[in-house]
Design a protein around this ligand. Structure first.
Ligand SMILES: Cc1ncc(COP(=O)(O)O)c(C=O)c1O
Length: 433
């Protein structure tokens, strides 16, 4: 089986991220707990936002607020905000502006698209979902069993490696009409080789719906190279405001059998959207793409490069930085006796997100204790319920720490020190019991 997808040729060797300059753009990083600046490891649940993104949201509301499509300046400005948003997310995803639709969030978009695609299913048509996915890309498809009589097949993950079992997937894809898959696991950072898996699905005659919500924070999406039919992201995971973005092949966006309000537009991509959009969030989302495109400044010899080129430079640097932070985190946490870590080690294609467990202390108590040290990490199942269950955890879930563009080595060390203290306390608890 062919694996090992490499991202399309990038901008040459990665240039280093200037983390301290980048951090100065994030007001939230000035927040302190007990005299120490907060270390935010909650990026997989939502990243912090640069001042310029927040300013764009505010400025839209105070200077341009209107509905789109009318013949006066603030309405025309609002239409321009919408057009600029489609163009920014087309650049981020490698698609075209007329293939970009907005929604409240990834879950809402996926519920809508799954209902529409379900219209063409006949009883017994196989639909494949995976154990590795966030349930926003599982449950909307599973519901098609009851609604359309679809046969739902669940592709297995291997808990030891945290990867999809591609042989099992290949079997499950036989005769499938649709594959819903994730590009990266929000619980343990596994990256799935989308072009390879999408190629397997297409060969079986299935459409491919990709959840790139976690992936898009760490790697540059390229919808054409990924050979997807639909791909969804949530800008609030990539330094933007709360919003959902869908990319879909134009022919699909035109043909989807969508429930609609009679007088709403019927041309793509507008026909995929419902009601009035959050123009302020779209303005902020555009600013987040521009922020990302500005992270690695021009050297002077690359004037005239496109926003997509600049994004490619940034993502190469983000990946290199994330890799360094993750290596430090993985090594540090692995030196703490008894702590369990999940997913692949550093050096493999993964995001800098670590799922782990400290023995003898409940995840909710561990995160509260770390928060008192100014370290914000998340616990639970992160809606990746099946992953967390397959790793052997119950309702309390596990711990998750994600490195972001603004993460520093000092913050990683502070997290590791906190985990070490809690693991020591855990073993005290065990030896007393
Ligand atoms: C991988 C992944 N998919 C989907 C979602 C759901 O996104 P939204 O909150 O935009 O509905 C999340 C959110 O945590 C996620 O991490």
């Amino acid at each position: 089986m062919k694996t090992g997808y490499q991202a399309p040729a990038g901008p040459g060797p990665a240039r280093q991220l200037d983390v301290s300059t980048l951090r100065s753009r994030f007001p939230a990083l000035r927040r302190a707990v007990a005299g120490r600046p907060v270390a935010y490891f909650d990026g997989p649940g939502g990243t912090q936002v640069p001042a310029e993104v927040a300013d764009k949201v505010r400025r839209y509301l105070v200077e341009h607020n209107a509905n789109a499509g009318w013949n006066y300046p603030s309405s025309q400005e609002t239409s321009a905000v919408l057009a600029a948003g489609r163009s920014a997310f087309a650049d981020l995803l490698g698609g075209r502006p007329d293939e970009i639709a907005f929604g409240a969030n990834m879950t809402t978009i996926t519920l809508r698209i799954s209902r529409a695609l379900g219209q063409s299913l006949r009883p017994g048509d196989p639909v494949v979902v995976t154990e590795l996915d966030h349930h926003a890309n599982v449950d909307p498809w599973k519901a098609l069993a009851g609604e359309r009589g679809a046969e739902i097949r669940v592709a297995r993950m291997d808990p030891a490696t945290g990867a999809l079992d591609l042989e099992d997937l290949e079997e499950k894809l036989q005769g499938a009409r649709l594959l819903a898959m994730g590009a990266a696991s929000n619980a343990i950072g596994t990256i799935t080789d989308v072009p390879t898996v999408a190629g397997m699905a297409r060969a079986a005659g299935a459409l491919v719906y990709v959840d790139a919500v976690h992936y898009a924070a760490h790697k540059l999406v390229d919808v054409r190279a990924m050979a997807a039919d639909f791909l969804v992201i949530s800008p609030y995971k990539i330094y933007g405001p709360h919003l959902g973005v869908l990319w879909g092949r134009r022919e699909h966006l035109e043909a989807l059998e969508l429930p609609r309000v009679e007088s709403s537009p019927d041309q793509a991509p507008e026909r995929v959207e419902t009601g009035t959009q959050s123009f302020e969030a779209i303005a902020g989302g555009t600013a987040a793409v521009d922020f990302l495109a500005s992270v690695i400044p021009d050297r002077g010899d690359d004037a005239g490069d496109s926003r997509r080129d600049r994004l490619a430079r940034t993502f190469a640097a983000l990946h290199e930085h994330g890799d360094r932070m993750f290596r430090r985190l993985w090594t540090g946490i692995n030196e703490v006796p008894g702590v369990r870590v999940h997913g692949s080690p550093p050096g493999q294609d993964r995001t800098p997100t670590l799922g782990f467990m400290i023995p003898g202390i409940r995840p909710a108590e561990a995160t509260a204790a770390l928060a008192e040290r100014g370290v914000f990490i998340t616990h639970g199942d992160f809606y990746a319920t099946t992953v967390v269950r397959r790793l052997g955890y119950g309702d309390d879930g596990m711990l998750r720490a994600g490195c972001a563009a603004y993460t520093t080595a000092e913050e990683v060390d502070r997290l590791v020190d906190g985990v070490r203290e809690l693991a020591g306390a855990g073993s005290d608890v065990r030896s007393r019991s």
